[in-house]
Design a protein around this ligand. Structure first.
Ligand SMILES: Nc1ncnc2c1ncn2[C@@H]1O[C@H](COP(=O)(O)OP(=O)(O)O)[C@@H](O)[C@H]1O
Ligand SMILES: [Mg+2]
Length: 295
């Protein structure tokens, strides 16, 4: 019997707003009942610290139902090379006189690492080993754009290739057209995965810059057709904590202003998480956050 494809929950937002914390809280919740994986593609990831284990080399089991991997740029580019370098060379060298080191230049192109992360998650999703994949740091609007542009590009590339091969009249052992078709299908599959099996939370803090950025991200995701769970407004100060302290009261007034601002500008759900004291990476704190997230 074919396994079910995994569901994916993505967390996105400005640096430092609480994406990793929300991802871990969510993963711990799901791991109580289903096989769960956290994938972090946050360049300033902190999963190894949170789990007191190096999770940056490979998928690492944390408990019976929870695995974790922190994908660094280095690992991603290594995997990308293993999977795509030969194919890319086959296609490019079929119509341009290039040496193998062309791959070094392509590897340096902006967005290649983030884009390959999409392919990595697609492979994980298709394997169906995990019922739930929690993705700490969703792809950026720039990467999603790249994906749609690429689809077009491959279509054009196919046309150009057909023409070229007609003129040239020969084929290598590996048909470059087939490779281009394969890449296009892969891109389509990634887009379908994001639309059909993924949903995103945009994490923000009650301040101007993270709120502006969150709305921009939220709107981009909707434009791309990725379902939005809503916004998580993290690190709200409670009224009791601030009472009698002029500094904190002013800070809270400002937070309330940005909370209302967010409410005015979106109809999507907004989950409020207070700023907690003590070590937030402790299990009971993360459980508290999971409860507040309404799981
Ligand atoms: N609700 C909260 N209360 C207190 N500290 C928090 C809360 N959420 C996150 N933090 C802390 O804020 C910092 C940034 O959070 P993190 O989840 O690493 O953000 P991101 O992944 O978006 O960069 C961390 O030190 C984290 O422990
Ligand atoms: Mg993080």
């Amino acid at each position: 019997m074919p396994r079910q494809k995994s569901k994916i929950i993505m967390f996105t937002g400005k640096g430092g707003v609480g994406k990793t914390t929300m991802s871990v809280a969510t993963a711990l919740h799901y791991a109580q009942s289903v096989k769960t994986l956290i994938v972090s593609t946050d360049p300033s990831g902190s999963l190894s610290e949170i789990f007191h284990t190096d999770v940056s080399k490979e998928i690492t089991p944390i408990s019976s139902n929870l695995d974790v991997i922190e994908l660094t740029r280095k690992v991603v580019l290594h995997l990308w090379r293993e999977k795509f370098a030969d194919e890319i060379y086959t296609v490019i060298s079929s119509f341009l006189p290039v040496e193998k080191d062309i791959i070094d230049y392509i590897e340096g192109a902006p967005g290649i690492d983030e884009e390959f992360m999409l392919d990595y998650v697609l492979t994980l999703r298709n394997a169906g080993t995990y019922e739930m994949i929690i993705w700490d740091t969703a792809p950026t609007a720039a990467t999603l754009n790249l994906l749609f542009v690429q689809q077009l590009f491959y279509t054009h590339l196919t046309q150009a290739q057909k023409l070229y091969l007609k003129v040239k009249g020969v084929l290598n052992q590996v048909n470059p057209l087939e490779l281009i078709h394969k890449w296009r299908r892969l891109t389509e599959e990634v887009i379908a995965m994001l639309k059909e099996d993924a949903s995103a939370w945009v994490v923000t803090n009650p301040e101007r810059l993270p709120v502006e950025q969150a709305l921009f991200i939220g709107n981009s995701l909707v434009e791309f057709g990725i379902p939005l769970n809503g916004y998580i407004l993290n690190k709200m100060l409670s009224a009791e904590v601030c009472r009698g302290n002029a500094f904190l009261e002013t800070k809270r007034d400002n937070q309330m202003h940005w909370q209302q601002n967010l409410h005015k500008r979106t109809t999507d759900p907004i989950q409020i998480i207070p700023e907690l004291v003590g070590d937030i990476t402790e299990k009971d704190k993360l459980q508290q956050i999971a409860d507040l997230l309404g799981y």
